[in-house]
Design a protein around this ligand. Sequence first.
Ligand code: IMP
Length: 426
Amino acid sequence: MPTSCVIGLLWGDEGKGKIIDLFAAEADWVVRYAGGHNAGHTLVRDGERLVLHLVPSAILRPGVRNVIGNGVVVDPFHLRSEVLGLRERGVDVQLGQNLLVSEAAHVILPVHKALDAMAEERRGAAKIGTTGRGIGPAYADRASRCGVRVGDLLRPESLDASLQRLKSEKDALLEAWGGDPIDADALRRDLLEVGEFLAPAIADTGHLLREAHRSGARVLCEGAQGVLLDVDHGTYPFVTSSSASTGGVAGGTGLPPTALTQVRGVVKAYATRVGSGPFPTELRCDVAHRLREAGREYGSTTGRPRRVGWFDAVAVRYSAQLAGATEVVLTNLDVLSGFRPLQVCVAYDLGGDPERRSENFPAFELDRVRPVFREFQGFDGDLSSVREYSDLPAAARAYVEGLEELIGVPIRTVSVGPGRDQVIAR
Ligand code: IMP
């Protein structure tokens, strides 16, 4: 049985939540391996919209074990309210049964959130546009070896030692930046209390996942953010702070790297980005406004309007290759209905110079490339009820097939709406 991954091929918001929920029908375990509650994965259940931030996207699937892996940074207070919020809406979340959290995952503390805000303010015009949830500072402390881990919440002595280490590293910085020192006693009390709530879910999930894998269980790894937000391979420094690409799967779950045999790359039929950073195919005219409204392109975590642009085949080919995508899921095709003609970026003129045309994705000066577009005719009509590929308008099929050729990976699934059933298998 394959261990698979569903991953976003651009800067997040590709519609992964719905796709993971869909493919979770074939999974026994669904595991988040990177990111934190900066993610916003949207599911639609009986017409009702459910946004998940930390809880994996198979929580609506009875029998699936959802795991928050060790590579995720966990705000335990947020997790508690997300669990309670889901229960209030009738979702059966059973800690230790259908939701597990790695004891080795690092904890996002209030100090991380404060430092995230201070760092952004200090960056001024060069700000990254983070979600403000403390993600970067928590990963930085993990790397600096002064972090607190979820397992500490169950071990008062270990927690004390971790908090003292953190305090001795962070108080000087907080003072220099005009913040308050860490109140270790209050924090200790709050963490032990939330730890009590989460205790049934906290486990050695790496061990459980390896056992499951060895016994032939089907494990689906849930990507958060997208390949171009990966700290190593994304548009640095305008990235998140984790290994969001499939490279993060082994490190962030405890599964062996050889486990992963199937990678589904998810990408919208156009492009979006939230936060700062280069975006070669970005639209700024009236079309941008129409596309944003048609696709309801507002951040599910922060509510910020997303930047929108044409499909960028150079970027998607790069991320599909990097992530090892074995197939592509194309989402939001229905949104493009009525936009005529459609443009697709097929190459970049580096430095804006046609003499330096390239089909490769550069690590530097992406903000200075000029996209080279190929025009597609575009299509009209409501696609949201189409379920057979052959029932799509011919121009929509030509668009899908054109993208597939440019990406170099088969598009096996096309999504035409937010509902679980609004998909076309090819
Ligand atoms: P951080 O992850 O909060 O540090 O934010 C770093 C960058 O990643 C910012 O540009 C965010 O807008 C972006 N980002 C983080 N998480 C997501 C996501 O789930 N979807 C889209 N963008 C994200």
